[in-house]
Design a binder for this molecule. Structure first.
Ligand code: FES
Length: 283
């Protein structure tokens, strides 16, 4: 197979799903599987960390899914971490390599990676939030020399719900990543921190003016994590999060994702806190 990393999807793909091949399906937890997807001819998806695609199955439906792989590791394919949570995702979870799914995208505004260079990076994913953040984390790690400290504070409800445990072990073994894990409820084998993600923040000292913080997790987490980040003195414009709720069409047509004047599918889903702090409904 010849890879063409210049060519990307045509403009028409904002409306028409491109039939794409599942290369691999790996179970991550009881509820999440990692799908490796190849576009026709191995063309590049051309995404940025923080963007999403619309995944569809004829006769079943369509849903927005965050892209979990880093563009720096595209190799002619991309990865989606999909939680089984409804009709479409249940059918997807029964699919195997070689089968095809529809892909539209990538859509949305990714994180402003160029603006992050030179900064200390503090990542605070909660639960499934590690799936989209992994794309950004791995892009930072592939340019490790261009960043200061890399701190990851990751919380899940239970050890069995931690995602990408192989990668977590690799990150833990590196001396250029400060990884802190926590679970709400431990099991007999868990030796680490127990408590919600905010219990990890006192464990790290940061230089707030030179730190960019990126948090992705369930909406209920944001209010508490934002309080911690603001309390540490990180400027509002350096705190980033992702608002992925209620998206449907992905391209600014249906209005489902609208919060006040913003279509989160187009203006986001990545926002700085400074951009959305006035949207009480968003947080
Ligand atoms: S998802 Fe339809 S307008 Fe944003």
């Amino acid at each position: 197979m010849t890879l063409n990393l210049i060519e990307t999807l045509p403009e028409s793909s904002i409306y028409l799903p491109t039939q794409s091949r599942i290369l691999e399906v790996q179970p991550l937890t009881k509820l999440e599987k990692l799908f490796t997807i190849e576009l026709p001819g191995g063309i590049a998806l051309g995404h940025k960390p923080g963007q999403f695609v619309e995944v569809s199955l004829l006769g079943v439906g369509e849903a927005p899914i965050s892209i979990s792989s880093s563009p720096s590791r595209s190799n002619g394919s991309f990865e989606l971490c999909i939680r089984r949570a409804g009709d479409l995702t249940s059918v997807l979870h029964r699919m195997t390599s070689g089968e095809t799914i529809g892909i539209r995208g990538p859509f949305g505004r990714g994180f402003p990676f160029e603006r992050f260079r030179g900064k200390d990076m503090l990542f605070a994913p909660g639960g499934l939030g590690l799936a989209p953040l992994r794309s950004l984390i791995n892009q930072v790690m592939d340019e490790r020399g261009n960043f200061g400290r890399v701190i990851i504070l990751y919380g899940a409800r239970h050890p069995s719900e931690l995602l990408f445990t192989n990668e977590l072990a690799e990150w833990q073994a590196r001396d250029d990543i400060e990884l802190h894990l926590t679970v709400d409820r431990a099991d007999d084998n868990w030796k680490g921190n127990v408590g919600v993600i905010t219990t990890l923040f006192p464990k790290v000292d940061i230089h707030p003016r030179n730190t960019v913080a990126v948090t992705i997790g369930p909406p209920i987490m944001y209010r508490f994590v934002l309080m911690e980040l603001l309390g540490k003195g990180i400027p509002e414009g350096n705190i980033w999060l992702s608002l992925e709720r209620r998206m449907k069409c992905g391209v600014g047509k249906c209005g489902h994702c609208q919060i006040n004047h913003l279509y989160t599918c187009q203006s986001g889903p990545s926002f700085s806190y400074a951009e959305i702090k006035h949207l009480a409904e968003a947080l």
